[in-house]
Design a protein around this ligand. Structure first.
Ligand code: NAD
Length: 260
């Protein structure tokens, strides 16, 4: 369980959901972690919980909005100041936006989704890659979605930005593989996090649980994903055990995206 011992990994969107679950798995494997989020209270709570569970890991908290370039530069600079290097980036922070048919999509929301999901991921790579080059390499995992490989009804902005994440991932892998920087994207299906719970509320405001059960019944595994399922994949991709997987968009969805 110690294949990330001494590694320094930045996790964005670390206060809850997939980011928090991954931070838990990474710390269990011995990593030191910079926890980044724009929700300072939830971030402190996450740090307190992780510090007491993993006393051998060090946690640095940086409040940052990933859509603001200077904030991203700052979380990378602070990580290097504290730990001296960056081995991994879990570029996870993202939002769904509001669900609406394509022609009715609110442009303010569309632009916000682009700023966070697309530019936030881009800035993360922009500032972390030079540090990884200095350090002899690194591993990046960008969070796309099954909405980065398929369409999803009423989620035009989300789908557009997640396809962009898949594209940027391929480019980063092509351009920086020579520096021993392996970059992949993950494409989660429905994983039960606060974001997905909110989506079920939008689908069926009277009975979100019914929407959840209906959704899970379509999956080959008959369940939604657990955030730890995703954390385990992320930990592998960020470790040195991953020596040759790069530029891939890896679905983690119980096989659902293969269904016709
Ligand atoms: P979540 O809403 O449960 O948690 C997201 C975290 O990111 C929150 O702590 C939030 O404060 C933070 N965050 C949001 N915008 C931010 C910003 N601009 N700057 C800094 N922090 C910010 O969401 P989640 O379900 O854990 O999703 C995490 C990522 O996984 C997202 O990119 C999402 O699109 C993707 N994803 C999730 C699922 C799923 O089923 N949960 C499926 C596919 C993709």
């Amino acid at each position: 369980m110690s294949d990330l011992k001494g590694k320094v990994i930045i996790v964005t969107g670390a206060a809850m959901g997939l980011g928090f679950a991954a931070a838990d798995v990474l710390a269990a494997k011995g990593a030191h972690i910079t926890l980044v989020d724009y929700n300072p209270e939830a971030l402190e709570k996450a740090k307190t919980e992780l510090s007491s569970k993993y006393p051998d890991s060090e946690f640095l908290v940086v409040t940052a909005d990933v859509s603001v370039e200077e904030n991203v530069k700052n979380y990378v600079d602070q990580t290097v100041q504290r730990f001296g290097k960056v081995d991994g980036l879990y570029n996870n922070a993202g939002i769904e936006g509001k669900q609406a048919p394509l022609i009715d999509y609110d442009m303010e929301v569309f632009k916000k989704v682009i700023d966070i999901n697309l530019l936030g991921v881009y800035y993360g790579m922009k500032y972390v890659i030079p540090e990884m080059q200095k350090n002899g390499g690194g591993r990046i995992v960008n969070v796309a979605s099954v909405g980065g490989i398929r369409g999803v009804l009423n989620q035009t902005a989300y789908v557009a930005t997640k396809h962009a994440v898949a594209g940027m991932t391929k480019n980063a892998a092509l351009e920086y593989g020579k520096d021993n920087i392996l970059t992949n994207a993950i494409a989660p299906g429905a994983i039960l996090t606060p974001m997905v719970a909110e989506a079920f509320k939008q689908v069926n405001p009277q009975d979100p649980k019914a929407a959840e059960t209906e959704y899970a019944s379509r999956n080959p595994t008959r369940r939604l994903g657990d955030p730890t399922d995703v954390g385990n994949l992320v930990a592998y991709l960020l470790s040195d055990q991953n020596g040759y997987v790069s530029g891939q968009v890896i679905a983690i969805d119980g096989g659902e995206s293969n269904m016709y």
